[in-house]
Design a protein around this ligand. Structure first.
Ligand SMILES: [Zn+2]
Length: 432
């Protein structure tokens, strides 16, 4: 059995440094100055040890757009970003709306072996919003799909949404909603506000998100189904979720926020650089502040990247023609440290909660988001909290280079990632 010794680590950033011995796939021993033989020693210099991150919202672009990302390159980005599990969205080409496609993605993830790749199944056939996909078949497939989403599109028909919540309830599934009332966002290019008006861009109004969130909370409560809200972007949505969760009959509703919605605003639109085009759009400073507060107090459960790589020709073009989305896997931690840890809104236990424990719970993963304790699976990330690094979009592992954080200096660096006891990334390099 392989033995890996992590020397001088601080679990959750608390207390004096200890050593952690990983034997095979589990944490075997934790203590000060362990005197043990090991195949490999990682000298951590007091770095923070956390459970490996879990991303509920990743676009890997395989099958169909392997020029933008593949399971392999996306897995590399995930490992380098501290992730041990990612959920790959269904809006591939062909769409992951059947057992064949989800099993293909799942199998590719296992072959690459850098991160657990869990395919998300489409809610409706072809993401068209008309007819439920074969949810039960995807659940029973080798990929054991548990989360279903038409992400990129909203399940806008309330009856289809109701049926999806009812049907997934029968096997403990989750419906993850991209909340966007399509009739309010026809032609939308940017957050509907002063900046869009000044720049002549068609607006994406906040109520298009909020109306769907409110409706779906009511439907989840009524059906007893499990609802997850993708990429919450407005202060109004945070208010609705806070109100809904305060009710005794709230049922199972969870929500995620992206790193970019915790940091960037629509002031970025000034340059018309499509790297800032994303759906839902970057919003106002007041929204950003409300989302940070909602993440800190648990109204929003977790951080999810909405990692959305694009080929150059889909981003290096005029604003209206550019595809929405931005890279996220390798910059997520740095942005959470900058927006939440440094201002004192979250401590490292809080980071573990929003980037690992809650997403693992929402997804029903038994071996992720576990405590850093003896006997637990060694899915771990080691973070240097004091290191600063400069983002270089072209140097990130993704095939796409569309990072809005290019050139930005971020705090908090991933030193190492372990998947079931094996180093998948160390000192900025992928380990195969
Ligand atoms: Zn989406």
């Amino acid at each position: 059995m392989s033995r890996l010794l992590l020397k001088d680590v601080r679990p959750y950033g608390e207390g004096d440094p200890v050593d952690v011995l990983v034997e095979g796939e589990v944490i075997a021993e934790i203590g000060a100055n362990l005197q043990v033989d090991a195949d490999e020693i990682v000298h951590a210099g007091g770095s923070v040890l956390l459970p490996g991150f879990v991303d509920l919202h990743t676009h890997l672009r395989e099958p169909g757009r392997e020029d933008a990302e593949t399971v392999e390159t996306g897995s590399a980005a995930a490992a380098l970003g501290g992730y041990t599990a990612v959920f790959a969205m269904a809006n591939t080409d062909p769409v992951a709306d059947n057992a064949v496609i989800v099993e293909h993605v799942w199998r590719r993830g296992r072959e690459v072996g850098l991160v657990d790749v869990h395919p998300v199944g489409a809610v409706t056939v072809g993401l068209k919003g008309e007819k439920l996909a074969e949810l039960g078949t995807m659940r029973r497939s080798a990929a054991e799909v548990r989360i279903f989403s038409d992400d990129g599109h909203c399940v806008h028909d309330p009856l289809i949404m109701r049926r999806a919540l009812e049907y997934t309830k029968s096997f403990g599934g989750v419906v993850a909603q991209h909340a966007e009332e399509p009739r309010l966002t026809v032609g939308a290019q940017a957050h509907e506000g002063a900046n869009a008006a000044r720049l002549g861009l068609a607006g994406w109004p906040a109520p298009a998100e909020e109306a769907i969130v409110a409706r779906d909370c009511l439907l989840a409560g009524h059906t007893g189904g499990t609802l997850h809200i993708c990429h919450v972007s407005t202060s109004g949505t945070a208010d609705i979720l806070r109100w809904w969760k305060s009710r005794k009959t709230a049922g199972a509703v969870s929500a995620e926020v992206t790193p970019h919605h915790l940091l960037l605003t629509d002031d970025r639109l000034e340059t018309y650089d499509p790297v800032n085009k994303v759906n839902p759009p970057l919003r106002t400073d007041a929204d950003v502040m409300a989302l940070r507060e909602a993440l800190a107090d648990g109204t929003v459960d977790c951080v999810a990247t909405d990692h959305a790589p694009h080929a150059a020709q889909d981003k290096d073009c005029e604003w209206a023609a550019a595809k929405p989305g931005m890279l996220g896997l390798q910059t997520a931690l740095g942005i959470v440290v900058r927006t939440m840890v440094r201002p004192g809104l979250l401590d490292w236990r809080g980071v573990a909660r929003v980037m690992s424990e809650r997403p693992a719970e929402i997804a029903g993963l038994a071996d992720q988001g576990r405590p850093v304790e003896v006997g637990e699976p060694a899915n771990l990330v080691l973070v240097d909290p004091d290191a600063e690094w400069t983002v270089r979009g072209a140097e990130l592992a993704s095939l796409g280079e569309n990072s809005p954080f290019d050139g930005m200096q971020l705090p908090g660096r991933v030193v190492a990632t372990l998947l079931r006891g094996r180093l998948t990334a160390h000192e900025g390099k992928v380990r195969r």
